[in-house]
Design a protein around this ligand. Structure first.
Ligand code: PGU
Length: 453
């Protein structure tokens, strides 16, 4: 071994030292607060700033952290033993630990060890089974070969591939997204070349659906416009239309020729049933019309970091579906060539084996039920404290999140005083909560509501 090269063990500790020096450095440079940051953002590129840093990238301004993933960055830096991360939508056990589903451990043993390139569209079995999962085993669209499904990089990648395809091949470039929605939607669709508009969705006064506003906004959208719909467990509000309301939305959209683009990131998490959570999508497919659906296995199989998802496009005929698929390949090939094999083989293994599938649905229901019980516990804890306000929306909303109604000052207060991390819009990931941490959160909410306007 070269005398100057440290052994593997020593190398990792020197990496640790370098990392902590870097963290100290970054913390130092951010200590002068956000005023400095916003100042940085307004500094325009100039030769002087480039030369002063002695870098051709000297003009590059520091971008703010992501509104959701940045919450975890801040959480990781907090040394407090009572800190609690309720920012990112990631399931945790009662012990606050990430969960690896038991069925995944079985599937890992059985899934393929092949590490060859996949085709551009991904694993064939995975695609077929994913379409079946969302559209239903008896879907006429599948039977008639009118669906093309391509494996993509989780929900985000599926949305992006779908958006790139639409920007290139669809006659309308405007997409309507709900107000509010998952923060990444605007960026995904804008960068893909679509023009983003919003439709009314949430009514802060009732903390429920603004159904009238939704119908009016979609009713005045230009014919043919694309409409992004959360298939279930709307993020961040936890508010979904009822089946009757979905039916009205469907009729309105079909009468105006609006194109539905479903984002299905939480199938199974809203109700605990995979079929019930796909009802909205299936209603739109049952009428014989066309639509897109982006699926994610991040939450419902706990495959967050494996980046497994699928984009399906339901077409009028098998011939159109074949041509659409050929163009999807042209979108994917220069973007990332072909998708990763590991996660998709695990999913395919589970979806095609009856026993593993059943085991998965049991574990999924247990996750959904634990979240529902967290809702009840948090609601009860706030009632017990006599926290001012009506908190019944905590038990009425569904899915991973509660849209609390707390404002950004109250959120900042909770983070500073209680080390509880959540997004600044007041969204709480109920999946990150446990019976042990509910009292701490309830204390924090109570203090925020009574002490911060
Ligand atoms: N669509 C919606 C509605 C989502 O909430 C998310 C994830 C995605 C798509 C993308 O998920 P994939 O991981 O790409 O499959 N939202 C979570 C996770 C963190 C994030 O922002 O990516 C959240 O906390 O909102």
């Amino acid at each position: 071994m070269h005398p100057q090269l440290p052994s593997l063990g020593a190398n990792s500790s020197s990496t640790d030292r370098r990392l902590s020096a870097l963290i100290r450095h970054l913390e130092g440079s951010s200590s002068s607060s956000s005023a400095m940051e916003s100042q940085n953002q307004t500094i325009s590129a100039s030769a002087t700033s480039a030369f002063s840093d002695n870098s051709v990238f000297g003009h590059v301004v520091r971008a703010p952290e992501d509104a959701i993933l940045g919450v975890t960055v801040a959480y990781n830096k907090d040394p407090s033993p009572v800190k609690l991360n309720l920012g990112v939508g990631a399931y945790r056990t009662e012990e606050g630990k990430p969960l690896v589903l038991t069925v995944l451990q079985f599937a890992l043993i059985c899934s393929s060890r092949v590490k060859e390139y996949l085709p551009i569209v991904g694993l064939a079995d995975f695609n077929k089974l994913s379409a079946k999962l969302i559209f239903g085993a008896d879907s006429p669209a599948i039977r008639e070969n009118r669906v093309t499904t391509v494996q993509c990089l989780s929900g985000t990648g599926s949305l992006r591939v779908g958006a790139e395809f639409l920007a290139k091949h669809y006659h309308q470039r405007t997409i309507y997204i709900p107000q509010p929605t998952w923060g990444n939607h605007v960026k995904i669709f804008t960068l893909a070349g679509l023009s983003v508009k919003t439709y009314s969705y949430y009514d802060p006064a009732t903390r429920g659906l603004n159904f009238q506003g939704l119908l009016e906004d979609l009713g005045s959208a230009p014919s043919g416009a694309i409409v992004l719909l959360h298939a279930c467990a709307h993020n961040p509000t936890g508010v979904d239309p009822t089946l009757q309301q979905w039916e009205q939305i469907r009729q309105l959209m079909r009468s105006k020729g609006l194109l539905p683009f479903f984002d299905s990131a939480y199938q199974g998490f809203a109700s605990g049933s995979l079929d019930a959570d796909a009802q909205s999508v299936r209603m739109f497919v049952a009428d014989g019309g066309e639509c897109l659906a982006a699926q994610s296995y991040a939450k419902n199989m706990g495959l967050y970091g494996e980046r497994v998802g699928a984009l399906s496009i339901v077409c009028k005929t098998a011939d159109v579906a074949g041509r659409v698929e050929s163009q999807l390949k042209l979108v994917i090939r220069p973007m990332y060539s072909n998708p990763p094999i590991h996660g998709a083989s695990i999913v395919a293994t589970i979806l095609k084996d009856r026993n593993m599938f059943n085991e998965w649905t049991i574990e999924l229901k247990a996750m959904a039920d634990r979240i529902i019980s967290m809702r009840q516990q948090l609601f009860d804890a706030l009632c017990a404290r006599g926290t001012p306000g009506d908190w019944s929306h905590i038990v009425k909303q569904i899915g991973m999140f509660t849209f609390t109604g707390l404002n950004s000052q109250q959120v900042t207060f909770m983070t500073k005083e209680y080390h509880i991390y959540l997004t600044s819009d007041g969204r709480i990931s109920m999946a990150g909560l446990s019976s042990k941490t509910v009292p701490h959160l309830a204390d924090a909410i109570h203090a925020a509501v009574t002490r911060v306007a």
